[in-house]
Design a protein around this ligand. Sequence first.
Ligand SMILES: Nc1ncnc2c1ncn2[C@@H]1O[C@H](COP(=O)(O)OP(=O)(O)O)[C@@H](O)[C@H]1O
Ligand SMILES: [Mg+2]
Length: 460
Amino acid sequence: MSDHLLLALALLAAAAAGLGAWRHWHRRSFWLCLGYPLTALAVRATWRKVALGCALTKKRQRFWFTTVPGLVASTGLVRVRRRLQRVAVDTKPRMRWPVPTRHGWRVTVHLLEGQIPDDYAAVADRLAHSWGVHAVRVSSPRPGRVDLAATIQDPLVRIDQAPASIELLKVTVGRLETGAPWVIDFRTVPHWLNAGATQSGKSNLANALIVGLAPQPVALVGFDLKGGVEFTPYAPRLSALATTRAECAGLLDDLVGLMTDRMGLCRAAGARNIWQLPENRRPVPVVVLVDELAELYLMADKSEKDEIARTSTALLRVAQLGRAFGIYLFCCGQRIGSDLGPGVTALRAQCSGRICHRVNDPETATMTLGDLDPAALVSARAIAAETPGVAIVASQDGQWYRARSFYVSEHTAEGAAHTYAHLAPSWADITVGGYAADMTDADLAEFLTPDPVVPEPRKG
Ligand SMILES: Nc1ncnc2c1ncn2[C@@H]1O[C@H](COP(=O)(O)OP(=O)(O)O)[C@@H](O)[C@H]1O
Ligand SMILES: [Mg+2]
């Protein structure tokens, strides 16, 4: 008898070890064959309790049939004699079958009367705890339905290596929480703000961009007022680099001149932007990388006031007209608050791409992400210091994502800058056009793209 027991125990132990090994060595098939079906059954079976606990149910009147009249008393006094009676019951929202995803599962729920997707977003944390998962994200694909996407573990703790970039001005810089690639596409979203505390991964992201853009036929320009420590190693691939205030002013003048030049080119050809020009006459796109944006606006003493005002106006012009003339901004900074002056506020409104790494204060997150879903701000403030490179990414469609950049060391970026140094167009060649000195407001109106400007965060 005890032999049988021993055998059974041994078999059980072997089965457990086998399952453990399967889970360890091939997590994906384990999840699909075993983990997911069990999870789906459990989620369905416990949905009433979970929905009740998260206050997602509604009271409904139902006819109730009892075999023993009087068993259900409506009050303590009146004994109900009827067999069929109306009682209030909690109805749960109808749930479809969960479907497996790369990092968990997704399920569609039919809203009950009077419910909105926000009701589910408000209890996303409660749902995550009830289901024992890392996070639940809520979206609404069509009226009357919500999609609940559960991620079992944080997919951003470990991510793979950067793939080669595929298209002009498009770089895959990391991975979104959903498992999809995180793509920065300057032709769709021309200007970006990249905020975060020190050591949060801002420079790493800039490195990823440099590595992605270096093999492409684009000109790279750097503004680095912290003495050039960030961008000087990449100088071989940069067409221009400004490290002092005077150089910044000069380079910005060049950029404004370049735009005036390209404006003339477009006008002559009857084009509204450089992309409508025939390919052989299209000027090279320019990507401008700014490290520590605040430095451009900070004043050491009064004498710098005029210079800063000029810098600020020029940078704003570049942001306003850049999209039409192929000049794209990528501005990094620890602080991008209104305290830096009205120039920053206006620039911020032009940058429709927003990236918020870990920040120290809630204001920076609000300033970066603007008037987004409050859940995005909560998520931004919850980014841990142990996961540099994790950021909240938003662009003009109002959607936001948690994402993490691929790790790209300075060494890798420097290597790419040297390898593709021969592709860097010289700044003299780019700015060779005999452009007019100034740009009028009428010019501005003509080529200003009706880009939806990002609203400022609400006060209070
Ligand atoms: N996506 C990432 N994955 C892994 N490590 C990262 C990632 N991004 C940044 N790091 C690490 O975090 C540290 C700080 O990153 P850095 O980009 O220099 O921050 P910042 O420019 O915001 O001060 C670096 O040492 C880098 O190795
Ligand atoms: Mg840095």
